[in-house]
Design a protein. Structure first.
Lengths: 519, 433
C-alpha cells in the first residue's frame, strides 16, 4: 500500500526515495526534505592507487561492547491448501496488526506477450479494475477507496507472472476478497474504459523517456536479451493504440484460471476463516492449468560492447555494466547472491566503498542480481558526475575484475554472509515480505524448507566458491556497458568528451533517447 | 461511526511509553514490545535545514554525512561495520526540522547501538580530507536526486518564491555554491552547537527490557557534557497577499504545474482537516482531482495533492503532469474549480469516512516495523513536542467533521495565498542532435 503523504514520504529510507524520484513523477514534489543514505567512511590509510587493498582491511579499534550471541531466524509456516478447482492457497497468520493482504500470482506474464503486442499482460492486469459484470470502474474505485484499501493488478515487463494484490484492514477481509474475486473472475474490459486507459498509457510512455534510469534499464535489457522477450521493458505507442478489448479477454480467458494461480494471504486472520472466505469467493472459478507458450531459447551472449544513450543536458552519466546470470532455481543462486553482496549489495559493499567513499564520484554505487524462470542478470550501476565518467567506469570495471581475480578474505566474506542472514531476519518483520517469500517457494518449486535452510546455506559459501561463481557469471568477454549521458560533455580531467571516453572501454554504439542509432 | 460501520472494530494498537530525562538534558523515549527479536534506536537532533543561515544552505544534511566518519574511539568506517556485523541496518536522514540517525539490530545488540550513538554524539573527529570527500558525495546526491531528474528542480523554484523570509525558502540539499563554500571550521562549530545532549532525543523501540535499557542509557549518555539548548528563533513568513506565478522551461516531455498554498504547522488543529482534504482530493481512483483531471477529462497523466507538514507553517501542494496538447493554464483551471468546490460545497459524509479509513490504514501500516514506530515516536516527541501523540494523534483525525474541512479549505485555499510554478517542455531537449 502506498502512503502518499509528504509527511511520510520525506521520512522514508534512502532506497524508497531514490526509487520514488526516478520511477514515479508523482513524488517529485515530495523530496523537499531528504531521506538520506548515510555517509560511509574512507578506509584508514588509502594510498593512491592502492586503495583496493586498503578497502578490505579497515582499521578497527574494537572498543565497542559486542555480543557474540548468534542470530536465530524462525519463519512462520504457511498453511497450504488446494481448492477442488486447482487453486493453490497459502495462509500466514500474523496477528500483530489488524491488517490483511492477499496476493494472487497468475502463471503468465509479460514474457508471454505476442511480439506485435508488447504490454498485453500488463494491459490486461491494469484493466481488471476498470469494470466487471457487477461493477463499473467508478463503483470499484469508490468501494476500494471507501475501505481505505488498495487493489490492483500488474504484470512487470520481463516477468513470467501477473499479479493481483489487495490489502486493507483485517475486519474488511471478506469485502476485500469479494472485490478481488470480482475483478479477477468477471472483468469486462469495456471499450470506453480501454480508450481512457490508452490515453494514460501513451502519456506514461512519453514521460518515461525523460528518466535516465529508465533509458539505461531499457538499453541494457535490449543488448543483453536481443530477440528474447525479456528485452522488452515497456509497451510501444503502436501496441497501446492497437490493443482491443478482445485481445485482453483472450489473454484473461486463457491464463486467469485457478489451475494456473497461487493465492497467498497474510495478516490478522485464522487459516480456517481465510480458507472459508477463499472457498466462498474463489470456489466458483473454473479452468484447468494451461502452459504459456514455451519461451524461445536465449540468444548466445553478444561480444562485449559499449552503448551510449545520448541525453543532452544530463548532469550525470548513468552507468550500467553486466552480463547474463542464472535462473532462480539454479544451485549457484545462493553463492552468486553472496558475490553480489560483496560486490555491490549495499552501502558496505565494494562498489559503494570505492566509488563513493574513496572517490566521491557518486551518491551510490550498487550491484543487483535478478533471476526468474529464465536467466537473469548480474549488473553493477552508478549515476556519476559527467566529468568523472572515465574514472568511475575505470573503478567499476576494476571491481568487476577484482572479485574474479582475487580471493575474497574470510573476514570480508563473513561480514557479507552475516549481513545477508541478518537482513533476511529483519525483513521478516514485514508481513508482505513473509508472504512474498512463501509465494516464491511455491512458484519456483523450491524445496519446502528453502528459507529455513537459507541462513545456513549462505554461511556455508566459501571464498573459493565466491571466486568460482564470480568468474562464471561476471562474463567479461560478453560484458555489456551502458551509459546514459550527454555525449559532448567532458568525461575526464583531460577534457575528452564522454563519447570519446567510452571508446576506451570497447566498441561504441551511440543512440538517441528515442532508440535511434546515431553512430 | 467510522469504526462501528465494520463487521468488527479495527483494533488500533496502543503502546506503553516510558520517558527518561538525564541531568544533561537528553530525553529518551522508550516503547517496549516483543513482537520480533529486534530493536530500533534513533537519535533525533533538533536541527534541520531551517536552522541554516543564508550562505550556509545544505549544512545540516552535509553534517549528517560526516557523522559516519569516525570518532576518538572509532576508526573511519567502523561505526557501520559494527552494525553490519551485528546483522543490523543503519541510515540517517535530514529534514527541514531535524536530523535523524537510526539503526535496527537484533535485540541482543542494543547495548552496542547505544554505545555507538553516545560515542558519536560528542567524540566525532572531522578531518579536512573526509570533509572534502563527503562534500563531493553530497553534490552528486543533489545531481542524482534533483538536477538530473525531470521536474527535479521545480520544487526549489516553488519554495524560493512562496517563502520570502522564512528559511523554508531553501532546500535541505542546499545550493552547489554554498556547499562549495563550506569549511571544516564551520562544520566543527555546527557540531558543538547542535550535537549536544540538550538538543537530542533518543528513541528506543522493540524487544528490550526496560530497566536494563534505562541503565545502559544512563551509563553511556549520562557522562556526556549537556551543552546549551540552541535557540530556534526564525522569522515568521508574512501572509501572502497576491498570487505569484513563475514560468519555467525544462528538459521534460510533458508540461506540468504545481500550486503551493500556505498552511499552518503540523500538529495544529487545522493540520488534521487539511490532511483529510488531501486524501479526498487525490488519494485513490475515486478521489476528486484524479477523477477530474486524469480519468474524466484526460487533461493530466498524473494529478495529486499533498501537504508538506512541518514544525513551522509550510505549503499544501496540488500538482499535475499534463498530457500533450494541454496547457498548465487548462490544468490549473480544472484544479482551481475543484478547490472552489471544496470551499463552497464541502465534502460528503462518504468522502469523510473514506478519508478517515485511509488515515487509519496509514496509521496501522506505520506500526509495522520497529523502525517505523521509532520514527513516528521521534517525530511526535521532537517536531510535534508531544510524545503522547504516538497513541492519540489518530483520535484527532477521527474527530474531524465535514464542516472543519470546508472551513479549513476556505481559510487556506484562496487564490491569493498560492504560488504557482508552470513548467513548459524545452522543445529541443528531447529530440535528436
Amino acid at each position: 500500500m502506498t502512503v502518499t503523504e509528504a509527511r511520510y514520504l520525506r521520512r522514508c529510507g534512502g532506497w524508497a526515495v531514490e526509487k520514488g524520484c526516478v520511477l514515479a513523477v508523482g513524488v517529485w514534489f515530495a523530496v523537499v526534505a531528504l531521506a538520506q543514505r548515510p555517509a560511509r567512511a574512507l578506509p584508514a590509510q588509502p594510498q593512491g592507487e592502492q586503495h583496493t587493498a586498503a578497502l578490505s582491511k579497515v582499521e578497527r579499534l574494537n572498543r565497542a561492547p559486542v555480543n557474540k550471541e548468534p542470530l536465530k531466524v524462525q519463519l512462520p509456516k504457511p498453511v497450504e491448501a488446494r481448492l477442488p478447482n486447482g487453486l493453490s492457497v497459502l495462509v500466514i497468520e500474523q496477528h500483530k496488526l489488524p491488517t490483511v493482504a492477499f496476493s494472487l500470482w497468475i502463471k503468465a506474464g509479460a514474457l508471454t506477450d505476442p511480439k506485435n503486442l508488447p504490454g498485453l499482460a500488463s494491459f490486461t492486469a491494469d484493466m481488471l479494475r476498470e469494470g466487471t459484470t457487477h461493477r463499473t470502474s467508478a463503483q470499484l474505485a469508490a468501494e476500494i477507496d471507501g475501505l481505505g484499501a488498495s487493489l490492483s493488478g500488474s504484470a512487470a515487463f520481463g516477468g513470467s507472472y501477473s499479479e493481483v494484490e489487495a490489502s486493507g484492514l483485517a475486519p474488511d477481509a471478506d469485502k476485500l476478497l469479494e472485490l478481488m474475486s470480482d475483478v479477477v473472475l468477471h472483468p469486462t474490459f469495456p471499450q470506453d474504459e480501454l480508450d481512457k486507459y490508452k490515453q494514460r498509457a501513451l502519456a506514461q510512455l512519453e514521460q518515461e523517456r525523460s528518466s535516465p534510469v529508465f533509458l539505461a534499464h531499457q538499453k541494457f535489457a535490449q543488448v543483453i536479451y536481443r530477440d528474447f522477450p525479456a528485452a522488452v521493458v515497456s509497451p510501444t505507442a503502436e501496441s497501446i493504440k492497437t490493443v482491443t478489448p478482445n485481445d485482453l479477454r483472450r489473454f484473461h480467458d486463457a491464463y486467469y484460471v485457478p489451475g494456473n494461480a497461487i493465492l497467498g494471504v497474510v495478516g490478522d486472520v485464522k487459516p480456517d476463516q481465510a480458507l472459508a472466505l477463499i472457498r466462498q469467493h474463489f470456489g466458483e472459478w473454473k479452468g484447468a492449468a494451461v502452459r504459456p507458450p514455451a519461451l524461445p531459447p536465449l540468444p548466445d551472449p553478444a561480444p562485449a560492447a559499449v552503448y551510449l544513450v545520448d541525453r543532452p543536458n544530463s548532469t550525470q552519466s548513468d552507468l550500467v555494466a553486466g552480463s547474463l546470470a542464472l535462473k532462480r532455481t539454479d544451485p549457484d543462486y545462493i553463492p552468486l547472491f553472496v558475490v553480489n553482496r560483496v560486490l555491490g549489495g549495499g552501502p558496505s559493499a565494494r562498489l559503494f566503498l570505492n566509488l563513493r567513499e574513496v572517490h566521491g564520484y557518486t551518491y551510490g554505487a550498487y550491484s543487483s542480481l535478478s533471476a526468474d524462470v529464465y536467466r537473469g542478470t548480474l549488473r553493477a550501476s552508478a549515476p556519476v558526475h559527467n566529468a568523472v565518467t572515465d574514472d568511475a567506469l575505470h573503478e567499476l570495471m576494476a571491481e568487476l575484475k577484482r572479485i574474479r581475480d582475487e580471493r575474497v578474505s574470510e573476514d570480508e566474506l563473513g561480514e557479507a554472509e552475516r549481513s545477508i542472514v541478518a537482513s533476511f531476519a529483519l525483513s521478516l518483520e514485514r508481513p508482505a515480505q513473509l508472504l512474498d517469500r512463501a509465494m516464491l517457494v511455491k512458484y519456483y518449486g523450491l524445496p519446502q524448507d528453502y528459507w529455513d535452510r537459507f541462513p545456513a546455506a549462505v554461511a556455508r559459501v566459501t571464498p573459493d566458491e565466491v571466486q568460482q561463481v564470480a568468474r562464471k557469471y561476471i562474463d567479461l568477454d560478453h560484458l555489456q556497458i551502458v551509459c546514459v549521458g550527454d555525449a559532448r560533455q567532458p568525461g575526464n580531467a583531460q577534457g575528452q568528451s564522454i563519447k570519446d571516453v567510452l571508446k576506451k572501454y570497447g566498441d561504441l554504439k551511440v543512440f538517441d533517447t528515442n532508440g535511434k542509432r546515431l553512430e | 461511526m467510522l469504526l462501528a460501520a465494520r463487521a468488527a472494530p479495527v483494533k488500533v494498537p496502543r503502546a506503553t511509553l516510558d520517558i527518561l530525562r538525564l541531568p544533561n538534558g537528553l530525553r529518551a523515549y522508550l516503547v517496549e514490545d516483543h513482537d520480533a527479536p529486534v530493536v530500533s534506536v534513533e537519535v533525533w537532533y533538533h536541527v534541520g535545514s531551517k536552522d541554516e543561515p543564508p550562505g550556509q544552505t545544505g549544512f545540516a544534511h552535509l553534517f549528517e554525512h560526516l557523522m559516519f566518519e569516525g570518532t576518538r574511539n572509532l576508526a573511519p568506517d567502523e561505526f557501520s561495520r559494527y552494525i553490519v556485523q551485528a546483522g543490523g541496518t543503519d541510515n540517517a536522514h535530514t529534514t527541514e526540522d531535524a536530523t535523524v540517525f537510526w539503526e535496527t539490530v537484533p535485540s541482543s545488540y542494543l547495548r552496542l547501538a547505544l554505545w555507538l550513538e553516545a560515542d558519536r554524539m560528542r567524540n566525532l573527529v572531522i578531518t579536512d580530507r573526509l570533509f572534502r570527500n563527503e562534500r563531493e558525495v553530497v553534490k552528486e546526491e543533489r545531481r542524482q536526486r534533483f538536477d538530473n531528474q525531470p521536474y527535479g528542480t521545480v520544487i526549489e523554484t516553488l519554495y524560493a518564491h512562496a517563502f520570502t523570509v522564512h528559511p523554508y525558502r531553501h532546500m535541505t540539499i542546499g545550493s552547489m555554491e554554498d556547499l562549495d563554500r563550506a569549511t571544516v571550521d564551520q562544520v566543527r562549530a555546527f557540531y558543538d552547537t547542535y550535537y549536544v545532549p540538550a538538543n537530542a532525543s533518543l528513541v528506543v523501540v522493540g524487544d528490550f527490557a526496560l530497566a536494563e535499557a534505562q541503565d545502559c542509557i544512563r551509563q553511556y549518555f549520562g557522562p556526556l557534557d549537556g551543552g546549551a539548548p540552541p535557540e530556534h528563533r526564525l522569522p515568521s513568513e508574512p501572509p501572502q497577499m497576491t498570487r505569484r506565478v513563475i514560468k519555467l522551461t525544462r528538459d521534460v516531455a510533458l508540461p506540468a504545474f504545481i500550486e503551493g498554498y500556505h498552511m499552518p504547522a503540523d500538529g495544529t488543529p487545522d493540520a488534521y482537516p487539511l490532511r483529510l482534504a488531501s486524501k479526498i482530493l487525490s488519494e485513490g481512483d475515486s478521489s476528486r482531482i484524479y477523477r477530474r483531471l486524469v480519468y474524466d477529462k484526460q487533461i493530466a497523466l498524473q494529478a495529486e495533492s499533498s501537504g508538506n507538514f512541518t514544525e513551522d507553517p509550510n505549503l499544501f501542494f496540488v500538482f499535475a503532469v499534463l498530457n500533450r496538447g494541454h496547457s498548465p493554464a487548462e490544468g490549473e483551471a480544472a484544479v482551481d474549480s475543484e478547490i472552489a468546490r471544496l470551499r463552497n460545497e464541502g465534502v460528503t459524509s462518504q468522502e469523510l469516512s473514506k478519508a478517515k479509513n485511509q488515515i487509519l490504514r496509514d496509521f496501522v501500516l506505520n506500526r509495522q516495523s520497529t523502525q517505523s514506530r521509532a520514527d513516528e515516536l521521534g517525530y511526535d516527541a521532537v517536531v510535534l513536542k508531544n510524545p503522547e501523540l504516538f497513541n492519540t494523534e489518530i483520535d484527532r483525525f477521527l474527530r474531524v467533521t465535514a464542516a472543519d474541512i470546508q472551513r479549513a479549505a476556505q481559510q487556506y485555499f484562496r487564490p491569493e495565498n498560492a504560488t504557482v510554478v508552470e513548467v513548459y517542455p524545452n522543445e529541443h531537449a528531447m529530440g535528436n542532435r
